[in-house]
Design a protein around this ligand. Structure first.
Ligand code: ADP
Ligand code: MG
Length: 339
């Protein structure tokens, strides 16, 4: 009797210790790192006690930059731009094929062949300037996503122009990192790849809370907060405040309208897009900024994504499914639910 009581007590203690251990495992520490890559500051946070995870993530980002950057002369994207032909690696193939799809699905509001034009404006570089109308028209002649073709068997051709995947590459990196983390059995991660926020894993408190950058306040100040219950989500913001220069009181920002050759003027300060794929959210955020809310809603009707448009006249236009999950912090804006 006494011995079995003792045994029960010991087993109970062991069970408690076991709970404590598995509890501790559930509450692994968060490891963080900042990485400057793809021309932007990235913040990586993972819940893991393996210090190699962040190394692997950083390596993967740099590897993708080496394949996809238009500023790296040896990248696959640069090779396709300069020779007009490429047999692509699996990652480059994936992002190029998605770029073609997004260009088709947005009627060219997103256009991966924008390279000659973005180079001409040089926004975000030391050489930023306002080009002449003739220069713009000459560059525009080379901008047409239909000149980028997938030929099958991993091969692509580009008959004119230069590629610039700046509107989708960071988002693509987000998806690749999620795959990497899943393959490593990582429980949770939060990544901010320069305005591309990706969350992975079960939300810590029923929802992930994602701040939407305020369009005219310093980085880190939020316009509002989104609460997302998904185990995997991306919220990508394109805004006029990201990269721009000013001449004679005019602000020239880095999202270019392929129909005019100039910085897009759609009455917006910013657009955020939420999808499960961060590459798609990134491509669409650039496209919706160019297209504006009305054409933007038409584009969204063909994609399983949600959006928040922030207009110059301080309205926050939000798609119906996202509306109940958004709380506004700056009362000088007004929320309107789109239909
Ligand atoms: P950010 O790079 O600030 O996150 P975006 O995702 O909107 O913002 O991408 C803007 C970048 O995409 C530009 O710097 C340029 O490289 C490229 N770009 C600009 N206009 C377009 C466009 N209409 N279609 C595709 N890419 C574009
Ligand atoms: Mg984008």
């Amino acid at each position: 009797m006494r011995r079995s009581y003792l045994l029960t007590a010991v087993l109970a203690l062991l069970a408690l210790a076991g709970l404590a251990i598995s509890g501790a495992r559930r509450d692994l520490p968060w490891e963080e790192r900042e990485v400057f890559a793809m021309d932007t500051l990235m913040r990586l946070k993972v819940q893991s006690d393996d210090p190699k995870v962040l190394d692997r993530m950083e390596e993967e980002i740099r590897r993708l930059e080496g394949l996809l950057s238009a500023h790296v002369p040896t990248s696959e994207v640069s090779i396709l731009s300069s020779t007009g032909a490429l047999k692509a690696s699996p990652e480059t193939e994936q992002v190029l094929r998605l770029s073609i799809q997004v260009a088709q699905g947005t009627h060219g509001a997103f256009d991966p062949t924008i390279g000659a034009l973005s180079r001409l404006w040089g926004i975000g570089t030391e050489e930023a300037r306002v080009p002449s109308r003739e220069e713009i028209l000459r560059a525009l002649e080379t901008v047409d996503y239909r000149t980028l073709r997938y030929l099958g068997d991993h091969r692509f051709s580009l008959s004119a122009g230069r590629l610039d995947l700046g509107g989708i590459a960071k988002g693509f990196a987000g998806d690749r990192l999620v795959e990497l983390l899943a393959s490593m059995g990582i429980r949770r991660a939060v990544m901010d790849l320069g305005g591309n926020v990706v969350v992975f894993g079960p939300p810590p408190k029923a929802v992930w809370r994602i701040g939407i950058q305020h369009p005219d306040r310093p980085r880190g100040e939020v316009l509002g907060v989104l609460e997302l219950p998904e185990r995997r989500a991306a919220v990508v913001t394109s805004g006029v405040y990201e990269r721009y220069f000013e001449r004679d009181g005019v602000r020239y920002h880095h999202i270019l309208d392929p129909s005019t050759g100039e910085p897009a003027r759609s009455g917006l300060m910013a657009v955020s897009v939420a999808c499960s794929s961060s590459a798609l959210a990134d491509g669409l955020s650039t496209a919706l900024f160019v297209a504006g809310p009305e054409r933007g809603m038409e584009i969204l009707s063909r994609h399983r994504c949600q959006a928040i448009f922030v207009t110059e006249d301080r309205r926050v236009l939000i798609t119906p499914q996202l509306a109940p999950r958004f709380s506004l912090r700056d009362r000088s804006f007004r929320v309107e639910v789109l239909r």
